[in-house]
Design a protein around this ligand. Structure first.
Ligand code: ASP
Ligand code: MG
Length: 439
């Protein structure tokens, strides 16, 4: 059985949805198809819930109406036959009535999650109506029935496995299953989600749970590129990546894949393919256990980084110092990305500075604290690159004109990360493209 996930842009126009139907019926292998919301919908829902949270009911109502109109136009092209049109209209009625009811309820976080869930519910139900119109046998299986989070907000893959296997067994006469990405239930049984872009994560959790033959992530670009095509003139496709390389790239800025989606695939050893709905026969990128090629595969950049330096002579020869510092970040649930230390100072980076002021206040007793905002992490990723000394030389020769604030090397064998002021990002990516890839 394989898993195929389609992102918002692959579903965002009725014609694209028609094309997805073709893609999932090309071969006879049983499938679970995971769908995102139509492009733009989750953003629109977020605006609606933000407006409600701020008491702007008029603004929310306006946005709901706008969204409803968009869907009404969408279904006039999506389906033709009268009974399909009626079914599609009934689905819109159900979900937009729900949104309008919410307008009169007082706002809560649980309600926010309910609002955000409407996008995937709509896309999957409308797609199912279209498949039915075309006589394509399938079953819509609600993600809310089998994807759940534990009390720490982590997906419970064991429970997904049990519930999903049961669902599949009960319907073993079916070959094609459609479900929603992103949405799930939390430990309290409420509707929740896997965070923005989380449909990839749903797909790989499902792939892991059913030991799928492959987890295909369909978007509208040709797999992973060696660099950011928006910044450098020329990029080349990356055909193979190991799970470790893909995890570093997805985390450090390559927008194509949700970083969390690597671990389930890696743990259950399911190859992940990144494919393009606009060019279905293109090779794309295959992510699997062993990368076939050594050397640098790609560079990626992550913006919006803040560097924090804590300097203290008390750190000299002391132990337990780092723990105390890390505990401050743990308290504010702020992940640390890069760390470098000297005997009297430690520098680290965060990308979520929501609690920066409080963090600095609590760090002050440990020494002098300095922060640098607007930094960018440039990550150079490739199999075993830290085992190849020339690569390090090449990297530093290439960016010799750029003031590097931090370097992280040796944390993994597949990554060298540099922290540079944001204004040097473009130059750094261009230089590396020229000197490392010859592009
Ligand atoms: N619809 C959700 C989002 O826009 C999840 C996804 O598309 O993966 O973030
Ligand atoms: Mg996405």
């Amino acid at each position: 059985m394989k898993v195929m996930k389609f992102g918002g842009t692959s579903l965002g126009k009725p014609e694209r949805m028609h094309q997805v139907a073709q893609l999932i019926t090309k071969d006879s292998e049983p499938k679970i198809v995971v769908l995102s919301a139509l492009s733009g919908t989750t953003n629109a829902l977020l605006e609606i819930s933000t407006a409600i949270a701020h008491g702007d009911r008029e603004g929310a109502r306006e946005n709901i109406n706008k969204l409803q109109e968009h869907y009404q136009n969408f279904i006039t092209i999506l389906v033709e036959k009268e009974d399909a049109v009626l079914k599609a209209l009934a689905i819109l009625k159900e979900h937009f009535e729900f949104l309008n009811i919410i307008l009169s309820i007082s706002f809560s976080e649980a309600l926010n999650k309910d609002i955000l869930a409407q996008g995937e519910l709509l896309s999957s139900k409308l797609f199912s109506v279209y498949l039915e119109e075309k006589g394509i046998d399938h079953l819509l299986i609600p993600a809310l029935e089998f994807i759940s989070l534990d009390s720490n907000g982590e997906p419970m893959i064991g429970s997904i496995k049990v519930k999903l296997t049961q669902l599949l067994q009960q319907n073993n006469n079916k070959n094609l299953f459609i479900t929603q990405g992103y949405i799930c239930r939390n430990a309290k049984g409420e509707v929740d989600n896997l965070k923005r872009g989380g449909s990839d994560y749903t797909a790989s959790l499902i792939a892991g749970a059913i030991s799928a033959s492959v987890c295909e992530i369909w978007t509208d670009i040709d797999g992973m590129r060696n660099n950011d095509p928006g910044i450098v003139n020329k990029t080349i496709p990356v055909e193979f990546l190991s799970f470790d390389e893909a995890a570093e790239l997805a985390y450090f800025g390559a927008k194509i894949l949700h970083p969390a989606c690597i671990w389930p695939a890696q743990q259950y050893n399911i190859p992940v393919k990144l494919l393009n709905t606009l060019k279905p026969d293109a090779k794309g990128t295959i992510i699997q256990e062993l990368s076939k090629h050594n050397g640098v595969k790609a560079v990626a950049a992550k913006d919006g980084i803040t560097a924090i330096k804590i300097k203290s002579s008390r750190m000299l020869l002391a132990y337990g110092f780092l723990r105390k510092i890390f505990e401050v970040f743990e308290k504010y649930q702020t992940p640390i990305d890069m760390i470098t230390t000297s005997e009297v100072a430690v520098s680290l980076t965060i990308d979520n500075d929501a609690d920066l002021k409080k963090i600095i206040k609590e760090l002050k007793p440990f020494g002098t604290v300095e922060t640098d905002k607007d930094q960018t992490i440039i990550s150079i990723v490739g199999n075993e690159i830290t085992q190849t000394p020339e690569i390090l030389k090449q990297i530093f020769d290439s960016i010799k004109t750029i003031p590097v604030r931090m370097v992280s090397y040796g944390g993994s064998r597949h990554n060298v990360s540099l922290l540079v002021p944001a204004e040097y990002k473009v130059q750094a990516l261009q230089l590396l493209n020229k000197d490392i890839f010859g592009l």
